[in-house]
Design a protein around this ligand. Sequence first.
Ligand code: DGY
Length: 323
Amino acid sequence: MLARLRLLVTRRWPDQVERSLGEQFDVTLNDGDEPMSQAALAAAMGEYDVLCPTVSDRIDADVIAGGERVKLIANYGVGFDHIAVDAARAKGIAVTNTPGVLTDATADIAMTLLLMAARRAGEGERELRAGNWTGWRPTHLIGSALKGKVLGCVGFGRIGIATARRAHHGFGMNIAYYARRPAEADIAGELQAEFCPDLDDLLGKADFLSLHVPGGADTANLIDARALAAMKPGSYLINTARGGVVDHDALAQALRSGQLAGAGLDVYPAEPQVPPYLLDLENVVLLPHLGSANAETRIAMGMRALANVQAFANGADLPDRIA
Ligand code: DGY
């Protein structure tokens, strides 16, 4: 009988996925769910056949250089800007992710942030919990309507489209988007979505701008001081993509000056740190990277990672191969 593959799972995964992994492979779990150090991750490269990290692990070139045994990095999550994919490829290490299964959950969180920012829900809850609510009045915590407003999606892949569907069909918003190429005709038709090949064009027309591009060098600080100044005055920024896409110093300035009416953020450049100056601003909603955090989605992500490991074990094509 062939020896079972040795797997390292760097964080706790849903119980049923951990059980399935354990039935099929020689798995080391992280029962304490403490983040692993860079040194421990590097050492793991020499001790396991498969590394199963998450977005909270930095699998940089030094980690990848740490050992010769790992031949598959099966990431639990769709984004992979935390993995030095080129370094992995150069060493012949395959890398997979979990696309598709977290589309709806992430679009739901984008809408949560959009609604919370537009309707000042965070401010209201803080006021009430602090015992400062003095009662209903016509001028209290006035927010923005959504119907007839323009949702501008930066990036129009699966999650951008799912967010646009919710906004258009559920809330009567008009959709515009910036992407490398126009959407398929049926999707563009269904959403009556306007394609903006020029980002500045979108920035100038969106009442709500929602980010749906991958992280990494290509999109670093895409929304910088210049882009924020080009946004429609009094508009809102929603980010469920990656923190590095936004210059947070410039964002805070735009929120203080009123150039932006509000923002909703689920992701930050150096998680779990949150730029401290954002904590003092009432007009930003701050969530702790909850995009995919529902039970069904987290199980589906684990099962998708498992499917990639199984394919690898069987010498089959990897369903979600990135490298
Ligand atoms: C991902 O999968 O990349 C998400 O950010 C984690 O929810």
